[in-house]
Write a protein that binds this ligand. Structure first.
Ligand SMILES: NC(=O)c1ccc[n+]([C@@H]2O[C@H](COP(=O)([O-])OP(=O)(O)OC[C@H]3O[C@@H](n4cnc5c(N)ncnc54)[C@H](OP(=O)(O)O)[C@@H]3O)[C@@H](O)[C@H]2O)c1
Length: 260
């Protein structure tokens, strides 16, 4: 048996996690970091097309017992519900992280000015950043309300802070991350009544060198761009340090609170 102090620290650590949106970038790095730190860790990772992700396939080869991949498009409630049911009602999660995000693509660019606003960009961002995490909470809550400490985290972004907005632009990304923050705060209030040990938080990973940020990374000052694995380690440290009093908070990669 571990000495009591160590045992308490060990029990606080995450044993089974679900990473929503783990095909690449931060989601893949979080999966890798969690699997690497503890031989007893189990990770369920969801992705639109797990079989198309070389990173996930490589992790599956390495951790076939500890890693389970499920297909899930976070804009599709039926898939979310099926995924939650597939897990089985006896599966308890210590951590669920909503990672999926969209900023640019074939038909999507962050808006620099009003004339660039396109309803489809705003709606797609809303589906992925706001409605997705809300529906994840709706269907996965039974897996998180086992009475022990559990964390429901959504990767937000500092640019979703209304207080911190000094530059403007990026209407769709900023607004739907701000709305995601409201979902997190709202959920934390409901969970205080329904699941006292469930900690609901929004997390800002810093600026991370992934597909999402790459077109804009040139503007990042030297030393301020994290690798996905560095960023994932920071986030896991922040998650490990959370207690029930932190529920409803918005925290940066270094654990500092961010104003809403
Ligand atoms: N990178 C940064 O500097 C930064 C800064 C602040 C916040 N964030 C936030 O951190 C999170 C992760 O970003 P990242 O940098 O890792 O981005 P990324 O490398 O572009 O990865 C985005 C992930 O989201 C998934 N995704 C997109 N739409 C989805 C959908 N409808 N259903 C399920 N999954 C979907 C993608 O899956 P597919 O492979 O299937 O497309 C991919 O796994 C995002 O929420 C982002 O807003 C990132």
């Amino acid at each position: 048996l571990l000495p009591p102090g160590l045992r308490a620290a060990y029990l606080r650590r995450v044993q089974r996690a679900l990473i929503q949106g783990g095909s690449r970038g931060l989601g893949l790095a979080l999966t890798e970091v969690l699997l690497a730190r503890d031989p007893l860790m189990e990770v369920i990772v969801t992705s639109r097309n797990p079989q198309n992700s070389l990173g996930l396939q490589a992790l599956m080869d390495q951790h076939s017992r500890a890693l389970r991949c499920l297909a899930l498009d976070v804009t599709d409630e039926v898939q979310i519900q099926n995924c939650a049911e597939t897990l089985g009602s006896n599966i308890e999660l210590d951590l669920l992280v909503n990672v999926s995000g969209v900023l640019h693509g074939e038909n999507m660019q962050p808006e620099r000015r009003l004339e660039e606003v396109k309803p489809e960009t705003m709606l797609e961002s809303f589906r992925v950043h706001t409605l997705g995490p809300l529906l994840m909470a709706k269907h996965f809550l039974p897996h998180l309300t086992h009475g022990r400490r559990a964390v429901f985290a959504s990767l937000s972004a500092r640019v979703g802070s209304i207080t911190d907005n000094r530059l403007g632009g990026w209407y769709s990304y900023r607004s739907t991350k701000a709305a995601q923050n409201m979902v997190t705060k709202n959920l934390s209030i409901e969970c205080k009544r329904r699941a006292k040990n469930l900690i609901c938080v929004a997390l800002h990973p810093g600026t991370v060198n992934t597909d999402l940020s790459r077109p804009f990374a040139g503007k990042v000052p030297e030393g301020h761009l994290f690798s996905p694995s560095q960023a994932a380690k920071h986030l896991v440290e922040v998650i490990d340090g959370l207690s029930p009093e932190d529920t409803g908070g918005f925290f940066a990669w270094d654990g500092q609170p961010i104003p809403w």
